[in-house]
Design a protein around this ligand. Sequence first.
Ligand code: DXP
Ligand SMILES: NCC(=O)COP(=O)(O)O
Length: 250
Amino acid sequence: MPTQLSVNVNKIAVLRNSRGGGEPDPLRAAKTCIAAGANGITVHPRPDRRHIVAEDVYRLRDLCRGAVELNIEGNPFAPARPGYPGLIPLAEATRPEQCTLVPDADGQITSDHGFDLARDAERLRPLIAALKQVGCRVSLFIDAGTEQLDIARDIGADRIEIYTGPFAEAHAAGTVAPALADCARTARAAQAAGLGVNAGHDLSQSNLEDFLVGVPEVLEVSIGHALFSEAIYAGLDATVRRYLALTGAT
Ligand SMILES: CC(=O)[C@@H](O)[C@H](O)COP(=O)(O)O
Ligand SMILES: NCC(=O)COP(=O)(O)O
């Protein structure tokens, strides 16, 4: 079965929020991704509303329903606050096909580590049960190299998502072998425990093929930052030419 691609549209909302209007619209970007064949849409609404907000998630829910998987990421321990309902209430309201739980602290620039399963398991257990109750598949964000994946299965998780930031960094530095081996070992341990394996963070056209060759049977990758960076470069030439046609310079 080919690895499914879920496009993370956070970055479209970063650009939109920088001007305070409605453009670019994550919904329109998601529509284009789905029309191009993407298998899912990922969002990571953060309590500080820096990019995707709950209102986006409701609209994306309607767009994805019956078409592709909606994957909502977030810290299940982060409390609700004005403008942020909390991950579990948001999932209860929107019933995404998948929720990926990520242990992000407030104000982190981006996700940079997975759960400590031995420490976090008992707090996660009832939250995973609540998500399963509304029909979500539950995936836990996990560092490559993590042992004890039986714990993840025992508390009710369906999948893990391997945090691929260190792999991507090592790939760019030309020293990828140990990081890739860590990812492969963790994937095998998760699969042996009966869990599915997703992966994400800083995956790109430069490193994805090597990752998928080195780590077998990855069910889904979620990609945002690099995908939209690459899309800017891919579309820039044609866009400049269209403006020049409008100014009469060509
Ligand atoms: C969970 C994860 O891996 C992150 O990549 C995250 O979804 C990205 O979040 P930001 O777009 O806020 O950096
Ligand atoms: N779960 C990872 C994700 O959704 C996208 O991460 P990135 O490609 O924006 O680093």
